[in-house]
Ligand binder design. Structure first.
Ligand code: CA
Length: 232
């Protein structure tokens, strides 16, 4: 991580969500500015020159699509992540075509949104070795932490966000046991609705992909009374 504080402009009209996201992002070390209408968002995008814009589609007045294309007319580089309750494919396509870089549909977990934001900053960070920062090797499997996929031989499997994030947490402490509570904190953060059982199910899913014999795992190990550990 670089030391300079990154600024996020949040264009969102739901006050509770603005407060929750501001807390979460400030806790992660970002500086957050919020605009509650599209017009104010366009204005602040210009005056603040933020490092990233999180944009809701359903706004009073100017809608998110128009906000996005208006910002893009002047600024082609600042990443824009669209946040919206709309999950229809044509809205996603329209959002991306109006110049957004990524798209998260509500309801979402704060953990997922933070991970997406970190991934965007990793992609644009200068001089980073992308291949080494994005792949985790587990046995014969290679897991891409940005696309949430695993490749074993010539077979690619979609792991999804949570299984990938859990593996990432284990990999950061490879060789050490990590408790289920630590995994919950790291992956779900303050939006911790899931239970320990949820983690166990994602571990089973991971083992089915990366282990030759999922019933006798050699890579993703259970440490009784402690949690899980990724073998060296
Ligand atoms: Ca809204």
């Amino acid at each position: 991580m670089t030391k300079d504080v990154k600024t996020i402009l949040l264009i969102e009209d739901e006050t509770d969500l603005v407060l929750g996201l501001t807390d979460a992002f400030e806790f992660e070390g970002y500086s957050v500015h919020a605009a509650q209408t599209g017009e104010k968002g366009v204005e602040q995008a210009e005056t603040l020159n933020p490092d990233l814009i999180i944009l809701d589609l359903m706004l009073p007045g100017m809608n998110g699509f128009n906000v996005c294309s208006t910002i893009r007319k002047r600024d082609t580089t600042t990443p824009i992540l669209i946040l919206s309750a709309r999950s229809q494919e044509n809205d996603i396509i329209r959002g991306l075509e109006s110049g957004a870089d990524d798209y998260v549909t509500k309801p979402f977990s704060i953990g997922e949104l933070l991970a997406r934001v970190r991934a965007i900053f990793r992609r644009i960070a200068p001089g980073r070795d992308h291949n080494s920062s994005r792949l985790i090797k587990v046995g014969d499997a290679e897991i891409n932490v940005d696309t949430y996929t695993a490749v074993v031989g010539n077979k690619q499997t979609d792991l999804g966000f949570y299984a990938t994030a859990i593996l990432h947490v284990l990999d950061e402490r490879r060789g050490e046991p990590v408790s289920r509570d630590e995994i919950l904190d790291a992956v779900w953060g303050i939006d911790a609705n899931p239970t320990n059982r949820t983690i166990d199910n994602f571990i089973l899913k991971l083992r089915r992909v990366v282990e030759k014999n999922p019933a006798k795992p050699r890579h993703i190990l259970t440490v009784y009374g402690q949690g899980y550990k990724l073998a060296q």
